[in-house]
Design a protein around this ligand. Structure first.
Ligand SMILES: Nc1ncnc2c1ncn2[C@@H]1O[C@H](COP(=O)(O)OP(=O)(O)O)[C@@H](O)[C@H]1O
Ligand SMILES: [Mg+2]
Length: 244
């Protein structure tokens, strides 16, 4: 390397360090995770949480919102599944981190299901209107991949427009992605997202163990490799730092 390019390279490295130090981070609410990602999710940013059915995407997302609510942060949960609020309440109420009294005020629940046959611009406008109503610091769209099944042709453009507008709202947004059999993770969403967390299930003997792996995280020196996780009523979603 010649002297000039070495200097530029060093400067870039220093700038990178400066940017990292300046980065605001938001606690994920997932015990064990923040230590793996330099303290939390970069703020603002868009995080894809991908996994097949039953890997813990919805649990992870709810816990992220409740952790914010505990600090008086506003949270907004968009479901694409046309599930009414009482289903969500019923499903989640036995987790100890869920406080029912937060639903409807600190945590707002919005059903996008009925919007999804509308033109893409209208879906985006509706999402932005809902965000503008409460100005949340934490946003979830669960699962965003359903939108891809419905709008098809415009999906890529939709994802880029969506992630750009989410970042302009000054929030950390979690988009969950359903992983279909034979697929590693939803590639289209991963391009548009700043960070990708992959949840998985692996058969081990008669048991099925759950794992979490950070595939990418913008501006973050993150841990690599799959870490075991547990999901229980008492502790919710926890990353275990000891390997089996
Ligand atoms: N209410 C609950 N109480 C205890 N454990 C639950 C509850 N809901 C889900 N789980 C556990 O968490 C796992 C993941 O569920 P979920 O978060 O719905 O996954 P996904 O959204 O990826 O399909 C379930 O397979 C189950 O083991
Ligand atoms: Mg789910």
């Amino acid at each position: 390397m010649d002297e000039v390019s070495e200097k530029t390279w060093k400067n870039e490295e220093e700038n990178e360090e400066l940017r990292e130090n300046e980065m605001v981070r938001v606690a994920s609410g997932i015990p064990g995770l923040d230590d793996m990602i330099e303290g939390g999710f970069p703020f603002p940013s868009v995080v894809l949480v991908a996994g097949s059915a039953g890997t813990g995407k919805t649990t992870f997302s709810l816990q992220f919102l409740f952790a914010g609510a505990e600090q008086d942060e506003q949270g907004l949960f968009f479901t694409t599944l046309s599930e009414p609020t009482h289903w969500m309440l019923q499903y989640s109420s036995n987790f100890s981190f869920v406080k029912k009294e937060y639903f409807g005020n600190l945590i707002q629940y919005v059903d996008l299901g009925s919007m999804l046959n509308r033109p893409v611009d209208e879906i985006l406008r509706y999402i932005n209107e809902k965000i503008a109503e409460t100005m949340p610091q934490r946003i979830v769209i669960d699962p965003v991949t359903i939108i891809g099944n419905i709008i098809k042709d415009d999906y890529r453009k939709f994802l880029f427009d969506l992630t750009n507008s989410l970042k302009s709202w000054q929030a950390v947004s979690l988009l969950t992605g359903e992983v279909r059999p034979g697929e590693m993770y939803p590639v289209e969403v991963s391009y548009a997202a700043d960070s990708v967390i992959l949840l998985s299930l692996k058969a081990e003997g008669n048991a099925r163990r759950k794992y979490l792996e950070i595939l990418k995280m913008r501006g973050t020196d993150h841990r690599t490799g799959a870490y075991p996780v547990s999901i229980t009523r008492e502790d919710g979603f926890v990353v275990l730092r000891t390997r089996f």
